[in-house]
Design a protein. Structure first.
Length: 202
């Protein structure tokens, strides 16, 4: 979901609440707040709390799961970012980006997500979006992340259907959900076996 603002520069709470209801009424299985489409990097902590509170309330009323974007370049900061969502019982997962700018090795990535998963009260969904983070991960690296305790899936947003997507979907894991992350590729990825999608158009 996007984050609507009013003319005074504040989060437009009523518009956000209406949008959350509209998304669920239209058939989405749940809501992802504070993802890329929400321009989360431009929000401060108080604004992120408002967005999470509103979306948690709507999800509670509608019996829908809420996933909250939470991540940072540093491991300690990312661990701290996944702790606040535990304040809202409606939060079922945290969407955590591959660390931007730092670009760790595959081993470093595994260590990062293992530490963040330990700090989180909810399962993690790895947000794989290499054109934003600068760090592409191949199928074997993503599969290794999927084997970590507390990592439940991947939002796969590489801007296409590449060999790694086909490799992951060709040998799916029951404990690691492959979620399409680019709207235009949802249908073909579902045909290939994706579990669903995290989409701006959902």
């Amino acid at each position: 979901m996007v984050t609507p603002f009013d003319s005074g520069g504040e989060v437009a709470v009523e518009a956000l609440e209406a949008l959350a209801h509209e998304v669920l009424h239209a058939g989405a299985a749940g809501i992802v707040a504070l993802g890329t489409s929400a321009e989360v990097a431009a929000l401060d902590e108080a604004e992120r709390d408002v967005v999470t509170t509103v979306c948690a309330r709507v999800c509670g009323e509608r019996g829908a799961p809420l996933t909250v974007g939470a991540g940072a370049s540093g491991t300690r900061a990312a661990g701290a970012a996944v702790a606040p969502p535990a304040r809202w019982p409606q939060v079922r997962a945290a969407l955590v980006t591959v660390p931007p700018f730092v670009r760790p090795s595959a081993a470093g990535m595994a260590a990062h997500f293992a530490r963040v998963a330990e700090a989180s009260a909810v399962p993690l969904v790895v947000y794989h979006v290499p054109y934003r983070t600068g760090r592409p991960l191949d199928a074997s690296a993503l599969r290794a992340l999927g084997e970590l305790p507390g990592v439940a899936g991947v939002k796969y947003a590489t801007g296409g259907i590449d060999q790694d997507a086909v490799a992951l979907l060709g040998e799916p894991s029951a404990d690691f959900a492959f979620l399409a992350g680019d709207d235009v590729y949802l249908s073909p990825l579902l045909v290939l076996g994706a579990a669903g999608g995290v989409l701006a158009s959902a």
